[in-house]
Design a protein around this ligand. Structure first.
Ligand SMILES: NC(=O)c1ccc[n+]([C@@H]2O[C@H](COP(=O)([O-])OP(=O)(O)OC[C@H]3O[C@@H](n4cnc5c(N)ncnc54)[C@H](OP(=O)(O)O)[C@@H]3O)[C@@H](O)[C@H]2O)c1
Length: 293
């Protein structure tokens, strides 16, 4: 029976991983209080004590805008901690799965980003996540870095889908950015894919980066419209009557975001023999699950 150490267990992906990893073995789920990624001593001590076979790092500093004013904290959690985890994993022969982001790219491409494309993050969050990837590549021995994007889930602190449900209850009209496109991705599908990776890939050999998102492309505007359509069908109480597309300049944020954030999922699909679910189908499943919570 494998011992799996999970970090960030209170997060969106972390909560879903606690479910999907169960058939893999004994899951030791740790939240920020039990394993604090700002403390290198804490990271080393927990890994040395538990001696897991597998480490899944789903913890991260994910506040994209706040990161612009807290670069040291973002780099400590997203940049330095993954390198330490990789070093400790290497010492005990543990396999590491780490989650990264589409924001390592600048969004100037207009075809889906491949794992081999040049990285060029636009903001502190993306820079800190890229530093984490590089730390793992330098210190790690056996690992998968899974880049994903536009994550929403039923659990965790918040996300775009939940924000839309809240705003749709309060307002009749909204303007939503339509000139940033990506692939909205349900956290449960990420957790499921990580579990499939751990089940199917030969853990002795891997040192890989993979891209995984739900399939299809949408703007934030498209996603908002889809949330309201699906939520109305499911009977969510909504006041919203009108959603208007706006451009990024009309909704200024501290962090610059890529205009084109689509990741190619071909490599992982080929490796696992598994096609990512279409984003809108997963959105519907998430909303059904959320409505029952
Ligand atoms: N969310 C997105 O749209 C998105 C997009 C692309 C990639 N990703 C990546 O996907 C992964 C999972 O993201 P998510 O959406 O599940 O994020 P999330 O819901 O924000 O969860 C992140 C978790 O990390 C924990 N954490 C923060 N600082 C920590 C620290 N110092 N020590 C230990 N834990 C700490 C948080 O704890 P608290 O609950 O106590 O705050 C939270 O539970 C991350 O690597 C993220 O970079 C996310």
């Amino acid at each position: 029976m494998k011992k799996i150490l999970l970090t960030g267990s209170d997060g969106q992906v972390g909560q879903d991983l606690q479910q999907t990893l169960i058939p893999m073995g004994e899951v030791i789920a740790t939240n920020r209080q039990q394993l604090d990624l700002t403390s290198s001593e804490n990271i080393r001590q927990v890994i040395q004590e538990i001696k897991p076979d597998i480490i899944v790092n789903s913890a991260a500093y994910t506040a994209v805008d706040k990161a612009e004013s807290e670069p040291e904290l973002a780099f400590a959690i997203n940049g330095i901690a993954p390198a330490i985890i990789a070093e400790e994993a290497q010492k005990i022969g543990a396999f590491l799965v780490h989650i990264s982001t589409d924001y390592v790219f600048d969004g100037t491409k207009n075809t889906p980003y491949l794992e081999t494309d040049t990285t060029h993050p636009l903001g502190v969050y993306g820079q800190s996540k890229l530093a984490g990837e590089q730390g793992i590549e330098k210190n790690g021995d056996r690992y998968v870095i899974l880049r994903t994007a536009w994550v929403y889930g039923t659990q965790g602190k918040g996300n775009f889908v939940k924000t839309m449900l809240r705003l749709g209850k309060e307002k009749e009209q909204l303007g939503i950015v339509s000139d940033q496109v990506g692939s909205p991705t349900w956290s449960y599908d990420i957790a499921n894919t990580i579990t499939q990776i751990l089940t199917n890939i030969n853990l002795a050999e891997t040192r890989e980066i993979y891209h995984f998102t739900n399939s299809g492309v949408a703007s934030w505007y498209d996603l908002a419209v889809a949330v309201f359509e699906e939520a109305k069908n499911l009977g969510f109480p909504l006041k919203i009557k009108e959603v208007n597309p706006i451009v990024t300049e009309e909704y200024p944020t501290p962090a610059k975001r890529p205009h084109y954030s689509v990741l190619s999922g071909k490599k992982i699909a080929k490796r696992l023999g598994y096609n990512a679910p279409y984003w809108r189908d997963s959105l519907k499943k998430m909303l059904i699950k959320f409505s029952k919570n």
